[in-house]
Structure formats: structure tokens, C-alpha cells
Design a protein around this ligand. Structure first.
Ligand code: 3PG
Length: 414
């Protein structure tokens, strides 16, 4: 695929799709600017090339309607602060007369951020009545394309969506390319999957097996070991007839879990499940806390007693996982190993983060994706020691599944 340096952007009006889907607090302050920071290399390069930079993005899931709390307005001052340059913002919709005029008037070296693309149902391929409508998507994509001359895709977190601004727009611009962030994400994720230095270890956590079936299937063809943590592990354990108490289990996925374990054995992939657990008889999921009077224990083996639920990997599991992680040369990690939002149950996740960092210090390549594992790496204070932290949640998962990403597929070949 073409990347930024393959196309002529000098003095041009460049439309850049970025992923500024950032978390906001109740006062609409940005609580994590990582995704904004990640776009600075592309924006700075374009400014050096005297381009006029038109940024298009989405925030949240407003479902085709303008929603004040999902305006991109708070992003403009944040981006200006990070760039050390003014950023214009048009609070009217992205293809309004005001937005078009601002784009037309934008000069070389200036930056314009437009309003949330998803205030238009057409962005996601729907018409005003909310029905699927490819023609509506195309018409909207064409309008977006008319804002500038060339298109740069730098919204890695959104390339798994086949939307007007991610895929549709490409055919209506003179030229298009992947931005530096997309290029970097594809390099690290791609190299890990396609030519991993062995041993290659995948660590998968999170609540549901169903979210990660395709990832596991795809990785079984590539890795030497898979470590399974989080509630997902309880479904695998139950499929082996091991007691799981009141743990979160997907009972309709037990056969599938069995099948995946068999496939792993056939392929001689070392499939590691927890051998002990931190368990609790009560968890306050709403306030993310251990309720007063709750019993928290460590099991002596993989089975969880009646009346208790698994909440984290136990010490023997961490040790066993650690041995595999320590000797890894390529590590891909997605999803926490316990209810890590509750500090008492964060140990397994934080320890794995530290072990991944140690392996990286000794030369391993580590790639972490997915919002929760990214926060875990931060929480463990090792984010600077990880080779690559993806800005994509769903996008990095779909990449690990081996799926085609529409926002990448649409870009022209070199
Ligand atoms: C994300 O946060 O994963 C991306 O911005 C995509 O958002 P979406 O899941 O609402 O499409």
C-alpha cells in the first residue's frame, strides 16, 4: 500500500482521517490523549510539506445524530497544545457550508478539525431513515473528498470499519496513502504475525471466549504458546470438567472451548490456562470494588469452589505464565488476566505486564493492543518498555484474526 512518503502532498489540501475517539469525563475533558499524540508525526510532516491539513474524525457512537456530548470540540485545543500551533474548529457539521468554506479558505501550514463524522448516518452507510444505503455512503464520501485533494488514512483504530471516511472516500480523491501511525501499527502487528522471532507467545485475556475465538483460531497457526487469562479461562476450564463456582462462564461456548483445546494439542501449541486463582464470594461490579465483608481467597488448584468466582490469576499461574513469557522472543498481548479495574484483583495483569517488559528489555518484541491491556501496561508503569502499544482496540483484534481491514484494503497499491 502507498504510504505518506509515496504521494505528493507539497502545498496540497490534505484530508487526514484520524481516530480521535478519546475518553471524555463528565466535564468533557479529555482523560487520555494517547490517540491524539499518536497522530502528531503525520500532521507535523504534512505541515513541513506546506500542506493545509484537514482532519476528519469520529467520537463515540452518536448513531447519525448531532449529540453535544460527542462533539470533537474539546479535541481542538488539546491538539493545538500538543502541536504548539493553532487548530481551527468548525462546530457545524462536517459537510456544512461553513465547514466547506473553512476547508476552502485553509492556507498552507494551517490545521482544521471538522465535527464528528458520525453525526451523519451516511458515514456508517445508512440513510436518514436509518436503513442500509450504499449510495448514501458514497454520496457522503464524495462530499468529504471534495474538502481537499489527497487523502491520508491515519485512523488505525477505525480501519476495521467500512465507513465513508475510512474506505469510501478513497475513490473520490486524487491520491491516497497510509499515514505514519497506520504504517507503524501495520509494521509491528504485521511483523509479529508474519515473521515472528520464536518463541512466539500470545497472551489473551478478557471476559469472553466469543470475542476472541477467531483470534485464537488464527494464532494457533502461528504461535508456540497461548496464555489464556481473565474470565475467558473459566469457560475453558469448565469445558474440561473443572469446577468454576459462580465465575463468569459462557455455557454455550463449552464445546467450542473443547475444540480449541484439541486444535492446540494437534498443532503442538502450548496452551496455558490458570492453575490457581484469586477468588471472591462477592464482587461489586458497579462500583468496581470488593464489598465489605467479602471473602477473598487463593485456590490451591485450578478448581474454584462453589459460591466463589474467579477474579484474577493466582500466584502459581503467574509463575507458570511467567516462565513462558520470560523466554519469549515475540509477545502479543490482548486483554486483562483478571478484573484489573479493582486494585485487589489487578495483580495477575500487572505482573504479566512487568514480565512482558522484562522480556522486551532482553530483546523480545512486545505488542500490546486493546484498551484494557494498554491501561494495564500503564498501571504497571512499564508502557515505555513495551515495543509497540497499539492505538486500536477492535482494529488490532481484527488484525490478529487475520481479517481484511476495509480502511487499509481501500488504499491504492504502491
Ligand atoms: C475504537 O475506539 O475502537 C474506534 O474508535 C472505533 O470505534 P467504534 O467501535 O465505535 O467503531
Amino acid at each position: 500500500k502507498k504510504t505518506l512518503k509515496d504521494i505528493d502532498v507539497k502545498g496540497k489540501k490534505v484530508i487526514v482521517r484520524v481516530d480521535y475517539n478519546v475518553p471524555l469525563d463528565a466535564g468533557l475533558n479529555i482523560t487520555n490523549d494517547k490517540r491524539i499524540v499518536a497522530t502528531l508525526p503525520t500532521i507535523n510532516y504534512l505541515l513541513q510539506q506546506n500542506a493545509a491539513v484537514i482532519l476528519i474524525a469520529h467520537l463515540g457512537r452518536p448513531k447519525g445524530k448531532a449529540v453535544d456530548s460527542m462533539s470533537l470540540k474539546p479535541v481542538a485545543p488539546k491538539l493545538a497544545e500538543l502541536l504548539g500551533k493553532p487548530v481551527k474548529f468548525v462546530g457545524k457539521d462536517v459537510i456544512s457550508a461553513e465547514a466547506k468554506k473553512a476547508a476552502a479558505d485553509l492556507k498552507s501550514g494551517e490545521i482544521l478539525l471538522l465535527e464528528n463524522l458520525r453525526f451523519h448516518p451516511e458515514e456508517e452507510g445508512k440513510n436518514a431513515a436509518g436503513e442500509k444505503d450504499k449510495a448514501a455512503l458514497d454520496a457522503f464520501a464524495k462530499e468529504l473528498a471534495s474538502l481537499g485533494e489527497v487523502f491520508v488514512q491515519d485512523a488505525f483504530g477505525t480501519v476495521h470499519r467500512a465507513h465513508a471516511s475510512t474506505a469510501g472516500i478513497v475513490k473520490y480523491v486524487k491520491d491516497a496513502a497510509a499515514g505514519f501511525l497506520v504504517e507503524k501499527e501495520l509494521k509491528f502487528l504485521g511483523e509479529a504475525l508474519d515473521k515472528p522471532v520464536k518463541p512466539f507467545v500470545a497472551i489473551l485475556g478478557g471476559a469472553k471466549v466469543s470475542d476472541k475465538i477467531n483470534v485464537i483460531e488464527n494464532l494457533l497457526n502461528k504461535v508456540d504458546a497461548i496464555i489464556i487469562g481473565g474470565a475467558m479461562a473459566y469457560t475453558f476450564l469448565k469445558s474440561q470438567g473443572i469446577g468454576t463456582g459462580t465465575s463468569l462462564v459462557e455455557d454455550d461456548k463449552l464445546d467450542l472451548a473443547k475444540e480449541l483445546l484439541k486444535k492446540a494439542a494437534d498443532k503442538k501449541v502450548n496452551f496455558l490456562l490458570p492453575v490457581d486463582h484469586v477468588v471472591a464470594d462477592k464482587v461489586d461490579f458497579v462500583n468496581k470494588a470488593v464489598p465489605a465483608g467479602a471473602k477473598v481467597e487463593i485456590t490451591s488448584d485450578a478448581s474454584i469452589p462453589a459460591g466463589f468466582m474467579g477474579v484474577d490469576a493466582g500466584p502459581k499461574s503467574i509463575e507458570k505464565f511467567g516462565e513462558v513469557v520470560k523466554s519469549a522472543k515475540t509477545i502479543v498481548w490482548n486483554g486483562p488476566l483478571g478484573i484489573f479495574e479493582i486494585p485487589e484483583f489487578a495483580k495477575g495483569t500487572v505482573e504479566i505486564a512487568k514480565l512482558a517488559a522484562e522480556a522486551t528489555d532482553k530483546g523480545a518484541i512486545s505488542v500490546v493492543g486493546g484498551g484494557d491491556s494498554v491501561s494495564a501496561v500503564k498501571k504497571a508503569g512499564v508502557d515505555k518498555r513495551i515495543t509497540h502499544i497499539s492505538t486500536g482496540g477492535g482494529a488490532s483484534l481484527e488484525f490478529l484474526e487475520g481479517k481484511e481491514l476495509p480502511g487499509i484494503a481501500a488504499l491504492p497499491e504502491k
